[in-house]
Design a protein. Structure first.
Length: 143
């Protein structure tokens, strides 16, 4: 909250502010980031010859090196994915609770659309690592 308008102790987190920040982050991701990323396309996975899949997929599939794949159709069917988009990669302005920037692009690259997975809630992010069916599906797409 803006200075002088705090409604909880500085020592505690405010659930109301957290929900506002999450809603702002969700809206920003859905309306700004995802359309921009989806417009960036390639006929080859990865980025400049390097393929670094999302953390939850790498945690499931311990492949030491993922090879770039070329689209069978020759079309630019792979979209640019952040690869690790969650609350910690979305810094928020402390007073306005608006998104300031998106960070942690180290798992970014071109992937099938199914790889564009994201969440702002920590429990949902942690659940991505336990969703073995989804991890297997994504891993199998890269073979």
């Amino acid at each position: 909250m803006p200075p002088g308008k705090k409604h909880v102790d500085a020592e505690t987190e405010c659930a109301e502010c957290e929900q506002i920040a999450f809603a702002n982050a969700r809206r920003y991701i859905q309306e700004e980031i995802l359309p921009q990323l989806s417009s960036l396309r390639s006929d080859t996975t990865g980025l400049d010859g390097m393929v670094i899949p999302p953390l939850w997929v790498m945690d499931y599939d311990t492949e030491t090196r993922w090879q770039p794949m070329k689209a069978a159709s020759g079309e630019k069917e792979y979209i640019f994915c952040h690869g690790n988009l969650h609350a910690r990669s979305i810094p928020m302005h402390a007073e306005t609770l608006h998104v300031m920037k998106i960070v942690d692009w180290d798992n970014a690259g071109f992937f099938p659309e199914e790889f564009q997975v994201w969440t702002v809630e920590r429990p949902k992010y942690e659940a991505l690592f336990r969703d073995l069916e989804q991890c297997k599906k994504l891993s199998d797409m890269m073979v």
